[in-house]
Write a protein of this length. Structure first.
Length: 202
């Protein structure tokens, strides 16, 4: 199955490489973080679109939608994507907005095409993705302290700044969950823990 092959060899491989890069604390400014996160987003898009192509009826049943021959020329793929981006997901006991998928999908598109003009987009230009230093408050049982980490931020067309590492983690995890529900993989534990940790920061 093409979806499974791409998911394992590209999406998960790029996901792990991105995490390794972030853990390495390399200097920012050479756009290594931005490039690797962009590669992950592109592979995420490919896997999601491949999933829709191979499991269209299963996804429609899962989302309770009916794909129609739209008078405005919207393809079945775009109808399904719109539904995904506008619904919420019950994930590990939490409600997660499909907007996370929309933003990460847009990151993949602008990474590939550099600039996209569409009223449906949350992000329209690759320059809206930037490397940065992220200041995090760390809580423990005895002390609170701040730490500085390299990262990637994305600014939406409406000016909202978001931590792209967290979006990448959660977007990958939601894709894994879809693959699991559609019977393509038998476990989503690979990304569960990291995704669970991200919701506090979004």
């Amino acid at each position: 199955m093409q979806t499974l092959d791409h998911y394992v060899s590209h999406t998960l491989a790029n996901f792990e490489e991105f995490q390794e890069l972030l853990r390495g604390n390399q200097p920012i400014g050479m756009e290594k973080y931005k490039a690797k996160c962009s590669t992950l987003a592109i592979s995420f898009n490919h896997a999601l679109e491949s999933l829709i192509s191979e499991k269209e009826s299963g996804i429609c049943d899962l989302l309770n939608i009916k794909v129609t021959q739209s008078s405005n020329g919207r393809s079945p793929k775009n109808q399904i994507l719109t539904k995904l981006f506008n619904c919420s997901f019950d994930y590990m006991g939490m409600k997660v907005s499909g907007e996370i998928l929309r933003i990460f999908y847009d990151v993949g598109d602008v990474a590939k095409h550099k600039k996209i003009a569409s009223k449906y987009r949350k992000i329209s230009c690759y320059s809206q993705i930037e490397e940065c230093l992220i200041l995090l408050l760390n809580n423990s049982s005895s002390v609170e302290y701040y730490s500085i980490h390299p990262g990637v931020m994305v600014t939406t067309d409406k000016g909202r700044e978001m931590n792209l590492e967290k979006i990448a983690n959660l977007g990958t995890a939601l894709l894994s969950s879809l693959l699991y529900k559609l019977g393509i993989i038998d476990s989503v534990s690979y990304t569960h823990l990291r995704a669970h940790e991200t919701l506090r920061y979004l």
